[in-house]
Every structure is written in C-alpha cells, then in structure tokens.
Ligand binder design. Structure first.
Ligand SMILES: [Zn+2]
Length: 194
C-alpha cells in the first residue's frame, strides 16, 4: 500500500478573517502541520489543493445561500487564495489548482502543469489517500467521493477538517461512510447555522 495525504483547500479565505471563513479553519491548518510532523514517513507523498477562482460564474453571489452560492473567495491574485500561513508547506510536493471558471468542489478537478490530481497520484504509485482540510461538508466530501471513483482507498481524517454547518457536515459524514469511505476521529464542530 502506498499512501498519500491530500490537504484540501486550507486557504486564507476559508479560515478566520477570510471572506468565507469556517469556525476552526485556522486550527485545522495548525493541526495538519502538527500531524505532518508526527507522521513523517507514514506518507509516501503529501499534496494539496487550492480553490483558484478567476470568474466562476454563479458559484459567487451577492446574496449567497451557503449551499450552492457563496461570497467571492479564493480569487486568483488575492491573499485569500494563498495557503494558510500556519500550514507547513515543507512536506507538500505539489499544489493542484481548481475552479478557474466554474465551481469545483473536488480536488480531483485540480491540475498542476496540466496533470490531473488522479494521474499524478497514480504516476507516483499511490493507491490509498488520506484526506484532510476544508471544508468537511463540501470540498473534503467531494474529494473523498471522487477519490473512491478514481479507484483509490480513502480515509477522511475528520479531526483535521472543519465544516460550514453542523447539519451539512453530519450529512456529509453519513454520505461518505455509506459510500465506503473510512472516517477517522471527530470533526471540529461547526458553529455557523445557515
Ligand atoms: Zn469556490
């Protein structure tokens, strides 16, 4: 088994002070960095994704519903798009960008130098993926379901994720488990009710 860690969208706009902040987002950045220090050697590869919007159409809205539409976030060229400063970049070998001109919740829509995330992982002999990052109920969920579709073994490290709302986070965890994704630990409890 060759395992990779996939760090999904730990970006400034999804953390405290960002335009689409989730409660506990910055803590997730810190906890992933601690986790990387204590699990050095357990992962053959560590990669990350970024939401990377230029003009993603109706993904952005003036009056967002926080389900399908969102305040502007992770716009290319803004600080909000940058990976969080408390996330240790050292172990991250490749960053896959997604969502230039449309919503892209799954990290598997991401590419680096034209190579898709799934192809990169397969090229590097990876057959199993652990997933952490933001947010449990959207991009982490979508990435985990796509990882399964792509044929990888998948675990979601819930203690290294945070969700937008409690209800959608609980629904996401149920859906992941039903699909065959192994979940590890407990999610940081979201406080926003929207
Ligand atoms: Zn987005």
């Amino acid at each position: 088994m060759t395992r990779a860690l996939l760090v999904v969208d730990v970006q400034n706009d999804f953390t405290e002070g960002g335009s689409l902040a989730v409660d506990g987002g910055a803590e997730v950045a810190v906890k992933i960095s601690e986790y990387l220090r204590t699990t050095a050697g357990e992962y053959a590869h560590v990669v990350a994704t970024r939401d990377h919007h230029v003009d993603p159409g109706n993904h952005f809205a003036e009056d967002p519903d926080y389900v399908d539409t969102w305040p502007a976030h992770c716009v290319v060229g803004t600080g909000g798009e940058e990976l969080h400063s408390r996330l240790d970049r050292g172990p991250i070998e490749a960053v896959f960008d997604k969502g230039e001109y449309a919503a892209a919740y799954s990290g598997f829509e991401g590419r680096i130098d034209g190579t898709s995330l799934a192809d990169w992982l397969r090229d590097h002999g990876v057959d199993t993926v652990d997933i952490a990052g933001l947010t449990t109920d959207h991009c982490v969920q979508a990435s985990a379901l796509d990882a399964l579709q792509e044929g990888f073994g998948v675990r979601v490290l819930l203690n290294l994720t945070a969700g937008v709302t409690e209800a959608t986070t609980e629904a996401a965890i149920d859906r992941l488990r039903a699909a065959g994704v192994e979940t590890v630990g407990q999610v940081h409890r979201p406080v926003r009710h929207g």
